[in-house]
Design a protein around this ligand. Structure first.
Ligand SMILES: [Zn+2]
Length: 188
């Protein structure tokens, strides 16, 4: 399988690499799932969470890239038939992804935002969701899904941030989206 096909897969990708996992407080005490204003279910802070706090580990079935591509194709097929179109695939490393649909926890419901209050880190093979700013009780948790630019049109964003890109695209690739919008006049 080519590197190119890996890139085409819409896995959420961790933003940084750092030391081993450290989750001092059970996630259930910190966060809860409920209906979101952004999309479907979201995850909300049950209490104030300070910047830098490791909130929850993104868990799921560990699958090969080949299997991940197969599941993504099946998901798109379901979506085309009008069924559940949510993806819970997360890039783990060059060979494996995590599928939060099986063996996942509440973290799979955390929505994307163009102006997130968390980020994802790969710490020695563990994907951790970490607060990047102080989060108030009741606030929705979000992180950048890091989707590749090429799939932008399939992934509209409704995060509501003042600088929302309109589509779910990794922060470091949004300049390409702005360029497309400028040249096509299709800005929203
Ligand atoms: Zn957005």
């Amino acid at each position: 399988m080519s590197r190119h096909s890996h890139d085409a897969l819409r896995t959420r990708t961790p933003t940084t690499q750092s030391p081993p996992p450290d989750i001092p407080v059970p996630p259930a005490l910190l966060i809860q799932r409920r209906q979101s204003g952004i999309h479907g279910h979201g995850v909300y802070a049950r209490t104030a969470i300070p910047a830098g706090h490791v909130i929850v580990e993104y868990t799921g079935e560990r699958i090969t890239k080949t299997e991940s591509l197969r599941r993504e194709a099946a998901r798109l097929e379901r979506a085309r038939k009008g069924h559940d179109a949510c993806t819970y695939l997360f890039h783990l490393n060059q060979r494996h992804d995590l599928d939060g649909r099986r063996g996942g926890n509440v973290s799979r419901f955390i929505n994307h935002s163009c102006q997130p209050n968390c980020h994802s880190e790969n710490r020695r093979g563990h994907i951790l969701i970490v607060a990047t700013q102080d989060i108030a009780e009741g606030e929705e948790l979000t992180f950048d899904y890091g989707f590749p630019f090429r799939d932008w049109a399939d992934n509209p964003c409704r995060c509501g941030a003042p600088d929302c890109a309109g589509y779910i695209v990794a922060a470091d690739q949004r300049w390409r989206l702005r360029r497309v919008k400028r040249t096509s006049g299709a800005a929203r």
